[in-house]
Design a binder for this molecule. Structure first.
Ligand code: UGA
Length: 426
């Protein structure tokens, strides 16, 4: 075996590309395969189709070690550890769609030299079921814990690396563990089902933390407490921790909503009613919609009102709009008769028509011009840097309301400037 083991990556979406680029950065030859020829060609030219800080730089810097191809044979010939990074979107029933994973497994079946290293998020039990059907196939579960916006940093400095393997696949698991050795992170070696559960449970727990603090925020509004103070006081308790206690207008993205539903569904399929997760999902949906009430509190009817949404992406530093609160808000506000304008520094145009008749604006000021209300949906730094007391105040309608959906703006400054300010839980 060469000193640095060559790596195969199957599926060059966000997870696959981050994995490929980071392993190349660690000195591995990487053969990354996608079925879309256009994507492969543009990646080979060094064009990165997603907004992820630091990723384009890594792809360009390691171009010599990164090979993009449409050919599975090429991957099989040049590598033995194949990281499966295809997506597993939810189906109408709420179960994960594993058809892409299954196709990859079919292409590998029969080989005893290769191992599939599962990075795609799959239901607990998937690995065992695959191994039952494909005896002798090397199978290692290695879930990813990357966050959009900080994926490169998360890969290079992981809190932990989880590696699940069954008897018979220990040697492959050992080789996977060796890949991560330079990162110096704790490695959790476990069985496949537990590794799969660690991934889903981690996302579900973080989502639970968010829905919990959002409910504390809602009660704080009624009782006169300030949720940011409450979170500060809670977060200093080591057992609680200060992360993921930021109240806001709900979590979105391609992972939390999908994984929480998947775990709930998985539990249900096994005969267990996971009540807590049902509440986590419901609280999140209501949280997105509460903004409409805050606008109405100040503006009365929203019919014919001009409302600006600042931010479309589900969080800053990404152009991803999947399950973003902006989509729900745009639909609800238009349902109430409002005219909606949107602005996002990078995600503009990524909504594939999901914002309905909302008007895309070229700048934040364009979106705010003449608006009766503004909702800060995504905490992009440029929104805090706007000249709220000067230019924005002049441009927006008189007695305009600002709903700060992430408690991100300077509340006192906005109030002093004459805005009706509404935060979350304060
Ligand atoms: C999440 C997990 O954090 C990653 O560990 C995991 O690897 C990833 O899903 C995945 O399964 O692939 P991500 O979806 O990129 O990562 O985004 P997060 O930073 O976790 O944020 C998710 C949502 O929660 C965002 O809408 C964010 O605004 C919201 N959030 C986060 C809050 O409302 N409050 C908080 O305190 C933190």
């Amino acid at each position: 075996m060469p000193e640095k083991e060559p790596i195969g990556v199957i599926g060059v979406g966000w997870v696959g590309l981050c994995t490929a680029a980071c392993f190349a950065e660690l000195g591995h030859e990487v053969v990354a395969r996608d079925i879309l020829p256009d994507k492969v060609e543009s990646l080979a030219r060094g064009e990165v189709p997603i907004h992820e800080p630091g990723l384009s730089e890594l792809v360009r810097k390691n171009a010599e070690r990164l090979h993009f191809t449409t050919s599975m044979d090429e991957v099989l010939e040049r590598t033995r550890l194949l990281f499966c990074c295809v997506d597993t979107p939810p189906t109408y029933s709420g179960d994960a769609d594993l058809s892409r994973v299954e196709r990859v497994i079919e292409e590998l079946a029969g080989s005893t030299d290769h191992a599939i290293v599962m990075k795609s998020t799959v239901p607990v039990g998937t690995g065992r079921s695959i191994r039952r059907r494909h005896e002798g196939l090397g199978y290692v579960s290695n879930p990813e814990f990357l966050k959009e916006g900080t994926a490169v940093k998360d890969f290079m400095h992981p809190d932990r690396v989880v590696i699940g393997a069954e008897p018979g696949a220990e040697a492959f698991a050992e080789r996977v563990a060796a890949l991560y050795e330079p990162l110096g992170a704790p490695v959790v070696r476990t069985d496949v089902a537990s590794a799969e559960m660690i991934k889903l449970a981690s996302n579900a727990f973080l989502a639970t933390k968010i829905s919990f603090i959002n409910e504390i925020a809602n009660v704080s509004e009624e009782l006169g407490a300030d949720v940011t103070e409450v979170a500060r006081g809670m977060g200093l308790d080591d057992r609680i921790g200060d992360k993921f206690l930021r109240a806001g207008i709900g979590f979105g993205g391609s992972c939390f909503p999908k994984d929480v539903s998947a775990l709930k569904q998985l539990a249900g399929n096994s005969g267990y009613h996971f009540q807590l997760l049902t509440a986590v999902i419901e609280v999140n949906e209501l949280q997105k919609r509460r903004t409409v009430g805050k606008l109405k509190k100040h503006l009365g009817s929203l019919v014919g009102r001009e409302i600006a949404l600042l931010g479309i992406a589900f969080k800053p530093d990404t152009d991803d709009v999947r399950e973003a609160t902006s989509l729900v808000l745009a639909a609800r506000l238009q349902g109430e008769g409002a005219n909606v304008r949107v602005y996002d520094p990078v995600a503009a145009g990524n909504d594939s028509g999901m914002l309905g008749g909302a008007r895309d604006c070229a700048t934040a000021l364009d979106a705010l011009d003449g608006a009766h209300g503004a909702v800060l949906v995504t905490e992009w730094p440029e929104f805090a840097e706007l000249d709220w007391a000067g230019e924005v105040r002049e441009r927006m309608a008189e007695s305009a309301v600002v709903v700060d959906g992430r408690n991100f703006l300077d509340r006192e400054a906005l109030r002093d400037a004459g805005f009706d300010y509404e935060g979350i839980g304060r």
